[in-house]
Design a protein around this ligand. Structure first.
Ligand code: NDP
Length: 444
């Protein structure tokens, strides 16, 4: 049996109840076959793949908190410090009832390669909790965040582990987490990113993931001789990534026809109204059913359906495994030319293969949504320098990073004979630097 197959089999056997982690490992290792095969003897002797799929450290802890009625609750907190070969652990904190160890491990594993692809010195990690922020008061959110940080702070540090936001963790949550960290340690340091502008946050961090997704999509199309202006797009989600993806898409001349939340989706034939979306989601924290009040010509549908609309570009920006094989077939039938993942692993393996086999350009999340973590690393640099860069400076750096990522993934794919297969290209480009560092640092 090949080394890659052995490792995939052992990951499934050792972590039986973690299907998302299996999926992520399989997707990455399958595409690394050419590199692994070329170095098999050396990698085996150094147990390189065994070390790569085993987190350096996994934390799981109790998070007790009290609601507004005086009732106590207990959630489970996680932090997986996956790989620090090229820098301190870096990755977001997800607050969602679906969170479990397998999901955090899949996200942490993907993060290793994504962070490497940015070209910046950041290792891979991820964390979160099964706490559901929906419907909670500000005081309840604060109680949860303070309790969560009271356990986690022992393992963080500006040169050790620097968490950020993710699903359910926005500016409000980062503020409460930062306040508690500072109170417990007495240190004012860049230990979290996604901070508010008044206490060390970076301009353009809020926009970074969505904007970065469009910068990369634009470059990928350009490499294939296609101009992004004048195209139509379907976006899923209506959170941080989706909102700023829609905003930048429109700035680049793309008409975005859909967005969604976990209850349903909106079709707006005139193009999604970003100002209305921001007010509904960022200010009122309401559901998408409200969108019709702002745009009477739009349609609201319960359930799934964003991928059924005829568009040139598919931009999944909600959550993992939200674009299935049937959706991929529908997109192809409708003449879609490119799919770029704003969310982490939103496309199932079968759907990804189907899109690629049918000539749809496919940019995987670890490349396409790396703008968020890249800008977080820029926030860390500003904190270390005690300086704040302007929006334009950060945005220009972000743009440069996304264009670079696009070229690196395209080059790596071509070098190994997989031209235009950006999944293979992104995995190989991310892997090369991490492996080089791991080999140089010995068996640790
Ligand atoms: P938000 O919490 O701001 O938004 C998430 C959006 O996805 C919401 O519209 C939410 O709907 C929807 N959603 C969440 N879970 C589900 C589900 N199970 N089914 C259908 N819809 C769902 O998160 P972000 O925008 O920050 O993150 C979105 C994705 O992008 C995630 O995969 C995240 O890991 C990834 N990402 C985020 C980065 C960032 O900088 N924020 C960086 C890189 C990747 P509802 O409101 O109904 O829950």
């Amino acid at each position: 049996m090949s080394y890659v197959d052995e490792i995939i089999e052992s990951v499934v056997a050792k972590n039986p109840s973690e299907p998302e982690f299996h999926q992520a490992v399989k997707e990455v290792l399958e595409s690394l076959r050419p590199v692994v095969d070329a170095n098999e003897e050396k990698f085996r002797r150094e147990a390189l793949l065994e070390r790569l799929v085993e987190p350096e450290r996994q934390l799981k802890f109790r998070v007790p908190w009290v609601d507004d009625k005086g009732q106590a609750h207990v959630n489970t907190g996680y932090r997986v410090q996956f790989n620090s070969a090229i820098g301190p652990y870096k990755g977001g904190l997800r607050l969602h009832p679906s969170v479990n160890l397998g999901i955090i491990k899949f996200l942490g594993f993907e993060q290793i390669f994504k962070n490497s692809l940015t070209g910046l010195p950041i290792g891979g990690g991820k964390g979160g909790s099964d706490f559901d922020p929906k419907g909670k008061s500000d005081r309840e959110i604060m109680a949860f965040c303070q309790s969560f940080m009271t356990e986690l702070y022992k393992y963080l540090g500006e040169n050790t582990d620097v968490p950020a936001g993710d699903i359910g963790t926005g500016a409000r949550e980062i503020g409460y987490l930062y306040g508690q960290y500072k109170r417990l340690t007495g240190r004012y340091e860049g230990v979290l990113t996604g901070k508010g502008l008044s206490y060390g946050g970076s301009l353009a961090r809020t926009e970074a993931t969505g904007y970065g997704l469009l910068y990369l999509t634009q470059e990928m199309l350009k490499l294939n001789g296609i101009d992004i202006a004048g195209k139509t797009a379907a976006v899923s989600g209506s959170g941080n990534v989706a909102i700023y993806a829609i905003e930048k898409a429109q700035q680049l001349g793309v008409k975005v026809l859909t967005c969604s939340d976990s209850n349903g989706w909106v079709y707006d034939p005139e193009g999604i109204d970003v100002a209305a979306l921001k007010e509904i989601k960022e200010v009122k924290r309401a559901r998408l059913t409200e969108y019709k009040n702002y745009r009477p010509n739009s349609e609201y549908h319960e359930g799934r359906g964003v991928w059924s609309v005829k568009v040139d570009l598919g931009l999944p920006c909600a959550t993992q495994n939200e674009l299935h094989l049937e959706d991929a077939k529908q997109l192809v039938e409708n003449g879609c030319i490119a799919v770029a993942e704003g969310a982490n692993m939103p496309t199932t393996l079968e759907a990804t293969e189907y899109l690629q086999q049918h000539g749809v350009l496919f940019a995987p999340g670890k490349a396409a949504n790396a703008g968020g973590v890249a800008t977080s690393a820029l926030e860390m640099s500003q904190n270390s320098e005690r300086l704040s860069w302007t929006f334009e400076e950060v945005d220009a750096k972000l743009q440069g990073i996304m264009v670079n990522i696009c070229h690196n993934m395209a080059d790596a794919a071509e070098r190994y004979g997989f031209a235009k297969n950006y999944v293979v290209g992104a995995n190989i480009a991310g892997f090369e630097k991490v492996v080089d560092a791991m080999l140089a640092q010995g068996i640790v």
